[in-house]
Design a protein around this ligand. Sequence first.
Ligand code: GRF
Length: 191
Amino acid sequence: MTKAPLAILISGRGSNMAALIDAARSDDCPYEVVLVASNKPEAAGLATARAAGITTFAHSHKGLSREDFDAIIDAELRRAGARYVALAGYMRILSPGFVAGWAGHMVNIHPSLLPLYKGLDTHGRAIAAGDAEGGCSVHLVTAELDDGEVIAQARVPILPGDTAESLADRVLTEEHRLYPEALASYIRRHG
Ligand code: GRF
């Protein structure tokens, strides 16, 4: 089986990235990770990726326009031969031109049951609203933040006494399971 080349964009610890890399080791996984790139040269996930034998690229966005920075990342993704891009804790708003160039080929994981709680502090907002459930969503990336078609979701209960941190931990466990599975299934369907 020819595996689809996947690039992963991160800004931090990269635990979802690690889950995607781990899943790619399986023979029947339809993608292979060809690049991990970051806008934060100090992102901990870069070392994790290198330890797994993955090529990394880091370039700070500081002092660059959104368009100029995205053009640098886009060039690296193309150079690596990526066909799909997975955002995994990538804390950047993307320029419309960059997003358009990867339409249908770029996915993100967001720690809420979209369309609820786009943006930041998703778990704190779910608890404050008195929600019975939280969760995470894998969605296609469009120019609007956290707004593209949802391709998979996982739900967890919100328990009495939960804090944003305890809920985040419970959701993160589900993220690590959901993201590789949802991405693999999407790639199997779309080639
Ligand atoms: C995850 O909760 C993800 O859903 C959100 O940012 C967090 C990143 O964590 N977009 P990690 O860097 O993958 O560990």
